[in-house]
Design a protein around this ligand. Sequence first.
Ligand code: UD1
Length: 427
Amino acid sequence: MEYVSEVFFELESYHIRGGNPIRGEYRVNGAKNAALPILAASIVTGGENLFDGCPCISDVAVMREILETLGCKVRQDKGQVLADTSGLSDWQVEKRLMEKMRSSIFLVGPLLTRCGRAIVSQPGGCAIGKRPVDIHKKALSQLGAEIEEKDGQLIFSGSDLRGTNIVLDFPSVGATENVMMAALGAKGETVIHNGAKEPEIIDLQNYLNSCGAKIKGAGTSRIVIKGRQRLHGSSYEIMGDRIEAGTFLMAAAGTGGELVLRGLETDSLKCLIRFLRYAGCRVRRKPREVWLRGPGRLYAVEKLQTGPYPEFPTDLQPQFSALMTAAAGRTQIEERIFENRFKSLRELTKMGADIEIFQRIAIIKGAECLKGAPVSAEDLRGGAALVLAGLMAQGETIVENIKFIERGYCDFHKELKKLGADIDRCI
Ligand code: UD1
């Protein structure tokens, strides 16, 4: 049965007839990149947790399944998830689930804290780069965890972790979060230096503190965690998704539309908004609301490079690059986080985009207009970029392999349709 449904899922595609402006009001869902580590972190509480604002996306379904296979009880009703982790009875994550997404690596920190051990395998996820876990391993071993690699498994053990100073070689988002969660079980204080500053890390800190943890500094590069506090379950609302927000703003920007966006702290969109203004959009930002009107044709922004927060997010690079393929002028995009994040640009050349790629740099010469074509998503954000291109193009675009897109966007085609897009999901 599972095989049959997966085959159909593989075949589904979006059919988009471009040219309609995206107009209206949109409230973003809870953030995927906050919900996934927070759901994993609920393990450390050993109690009942009620989460609001959990996005209904397939990555969250995988995280739920992981928690259930470990003995937790999880129920989801739309955006509300009840996670009772009191019955946790296992510390080994199944290989087939590990392979479904990168975020499965978030189980290591919480399992170490709760059980003193964790058995996982290499995590899967979008193929946007090599994505090793060396920074996670090095930092966890500094806390005192022993790590053994055997038959493709990574075995972490350490029931006597000790707080210490940890300097990350790179501000990895996932490693910062994993260390925060493992440090909860360590004796004494852990200080993370050169930690990632992404807003989702603040959300993880806020959730854990609501459960009785003592963590401070998230949002800066120095995070301090006091270990071995008594923790309990809590009720928590997941923050709004800045990447989903950015994608919808760009859909309006690229189609000459007008959008009012709500449901998140808009501070996290500052860098994107700066670039959208360079590109000719009118934007007004309030603390929890953004209004944007796109011009008849966007201007090229000359140069954009991605970087750790608060620089331009790599998760919005493919979508912004798609906008630039039809902008007036030449744009140079430098991808500094992942080494293989231009795959959607290659697909866009099928729609008439003029793009040259030199390793981590793409030179885009804006075409007068994109033309609809069959294209295929190869990863989550690259897939969203193809949808944006389809909305901007003349004629029909068919985006195949939408399972990647639905890992991170909840009812993407339905929401775009409500805002005026001519888009259908077909088998
Ligand atoms: C998180 C986000 C993802 C986003 C990325 C960068 C979640 C669930 N996912 O992914 O959407 O694109 O941050 O903002 O929050 N690296 C190593 N060794 C490691 C860890 C990372 O070399 O042990 C490298 C990666 O290959 C990559 C860079 O560091 O080149 C950044 O990765 P990282 O910040 O860890 O991203 P993720 O946590 O996987």
